[in-house]
Design a protein around this ligand. Structure first.
Ligand SMILES: C[S@@+](CC[C@H](N)C(=O)[O-])C[C@H]1O[C@@H](n2cnc3c(N)ncnc32)[C@H](O)[C@@H]1O
Length: 173
């Protein structure tokens, strides 16, 4: 499994002694595992228990480092839990649930980082995801973090595979 280039380019921002990084909606966890190889303390969260079970079984991840969370639940239990964390950072790849941004931003301690990449509306030309609910509008990701220091921003077309994405690397004041 290959981790995202955006993460490889910015992994140096995370430090072993600075606390936990959350791989939010981690799927198979390739991005968090990449950070783990660099001695970063990881928490893997996803709604699909099967992904988390595989991570624990096969990838030298402790049970305490996985979190079966539903970030879209009406009860907001997991969103509230997230908002109370004090994380070194959060990484999010290929996932969007707009109501979660407030909790996500609160979960990062001052000086911590968010690395986020997901699809934009331009992605409709390439296929799925193609529902507006899952696609960022123009400049939306940048605007969601306008009160943070933006260290890197990209919005446009990437290849191999072809996709339209927005990418941000930003630091909480
Ligand atoms: C397209 S995958 C991306 C996985 C991974 N971040 C990656 O880039 O390979 C989206 C992930 O979001 C997770 N997900 C969907 N709805 C969720 C929810 N309500 N709460 C937590 N995770 C959810 C899915 O289980 C899936 O693993």
């Amino acid at each position: 499994m290959v981790s995202a280039q955006l993460l490889q380019d910015h992994q140096h921002l995370f430090k072993a002694e600075q606390g936990q990084v959350l791989d939010l909606a981690c799927g198979k966890g390739q991005n968090g595992l990449y950070l783990k190889q660099h001695n970063i303390d990881l928490l893997f969260a996803d709604i699909q228990q099967v992904h988390l079970a595989n991570l624990v079984t096969h990838e030298d991840v402790e049970q305490s480092n996985v979190w079966c969370a539903d970030f879209e639940s009406e009860t907001q239990i997991d969103a509230i839990k997230l908002s109370k964390m004090q994380l070194q950072g959060v990484i999010v790849f290929r996932y969007l649930h707009r109501p979660l941004f407030d909790a996500l931003k609160k979960s990062v301690k001052p000086g911590g980082f968010v690395i986020y990449e997901t699809f934009t509306k331009q992605n409709k030309q390439f296929g799925r995801p193609n529902r507006d609910q899952f696609l960022l509008k123009e400049s939306e990701l940048k605007s969601l973090f306008k009160d943070w220091e933006i260290l890197f921003y990209f919005e446009g077309i990437k290849h191999n595979p072809d996709r339209a994405v927005a990418q941000i690397v930003c630091q909480k004041p």
